[in-house]
Write a protein that binds this ligand. Structure first.
Ligand code: HEM
Length: 322
């Protein structure tokens, strides 16, 4: 089908919103062909033939137009997937509904995180910002994110989750990680803004992992966060000097300097935000254990050399009580 028409030109000329969906479709197809080949035990050469030269070329082209990892990404699956109007899913029936709702829940949480980030950016960057109001808005949206995540924990069927999860496993034949929530740039952004310095002191591995695995994140957004963390304008691609212990952590990326200017008055409100973010991480951890780790399902966003438990706790601070 693909060979019979010049889809390359069509793809390159699509307006951006349509292009993002087309890219998602292409990578859903490619991923499906590799996963099915692996289930069938095909040799890598046969797997390549199954995907086909034309589809592979379209996949490469789509990553050329919108730089991203060359396999199905978190951005394709969650951010570009039109789940409310025309969802892209692998499963039919009840498992397909659960799969769609899984993507939708992620989207809802991403929207709440964006609103929390907007409030924190205003606090950090706008001269006349009402600090109390910004933190109150941030808290409200972090609590909404927690609310959605708790519904996941309570209502998502581990059995149906297992049925669709197999399609999103680590990339067979490619030695690449799958589209995991680990690659949400907004989780990174909100963590940096709120507790960036404490995280660096207590969990420097978190930053090492974000830089090491940066190509898996939505590129535009993660590079924006890297720019905050690179106030000296050094190439945001490189591991920053502060992470190598050769410079101080760039506090200006976080709300800490603003908090100091305001004194103790709003400290309690910030502590409540930190607590809400920590609650998110704790609730997420028990959700991941219930649906993935304990039933022994594939882990898709953790490398073989890493410990799943360490990854699930990588952003938890030792003291986060308001
Ligand atoms: C039922 C819902 C969920 C389950 C079962 C789940 C499961 C997992 C698992 C197993 C991991 C380890 C890496 C992997 O294999 O993918 C992980 C990591 C991660 N997931 Fe999720 N996840 C869920 C929802 C979410 C949502 C809604 C978000 C937020 C956008 C999210 C963000 C993360 C993050 C940031 C990590 C890295 C660990 C951390 O920093 O806390 N997850 N998740």
């Amino acid at each position: 089908m693909i060979a019979s028409t010049d889809y390359e030109v069509q793809l390159l000329n699509l307006p951006q919103p349509d292009f993002s969906i087309a890219k998602t479709d292409i990578h859903y197809l490619v991923n499906c062909a590799y996963q099915m080949s692996a289930f069938a035990g095909l040799h890598p050469v046969e797997a390549e033939l199954t995907v086909g030269e034309e589809l592979s070329r379209l996949a490469r082209l789509s990553c050329h137009r919108q730089p991203s990892i060359e396999v199905l990404s978190y951005e394709d699956m969650i951010l570009a997937n039109p789940v409310q109007s025309d969802p892209r899913v692998y499963c039919l029936g009840a498992a397909g509904v659960e799969e769609r709702d899984f993507c939708l829940g992620h989207q809802l949480i991403e929207s709440e995180l964006q609103l929390a980030i907007d409030a924190l950016l205003e606090l950090r960057d706008a001269a006349g910002a009402d600090a109390r109001e910004c933190l109150a808005v941030c808290l409200e949206h972090l609590e909404s994110a927690n609310y959605v995540l708790t519904r996941f924990y309570e209502h998502m069927s581990p059995d149906l989750f297992g049925q669709f999860r197999v399609f999103y496993g680590k990339k067979p034949y490619k030695n690449r990680l799958g589209p995991s929530g680990r690659f949400s740039a907004r989780i990174v952004a909100v963590s940096v803004l709120l507790v960036g310095e404490e995280l660096f002191q207590q969990k420097p591995q978190f930053y090492r992992d974000v830089y090491r695995l940066s190509e898996y994140y939505p590129q535009g957004f993660i590079h924006e966060v890297f720019r905050w963390l690179s106030p000296d304008n050094r190439s945001a691609e490189l591991t920053p000097t502060w992470l190598e212990g050769k410079a101080d952590f760039p506090r200006s990326a976080t709300i800490s300097p603003v908090m100091e200017r305001h004194g103790n008055g709003i400290g309690k409100l910030r502590a409540s935000c930190v607590y809400a973010l920590d609650q998110f991480t704790r609730m997420h951890r028990i959700t991941a254990l219930k649906h993935t780790v304990e039933p022994g399902r594939p882990i898709i966003g953790v490398e073989a050399s890493e410990s799943i438990e360490v990854v699930l706790s990588q952003r938890l601070l030792t003291a986060a009580r308001p």
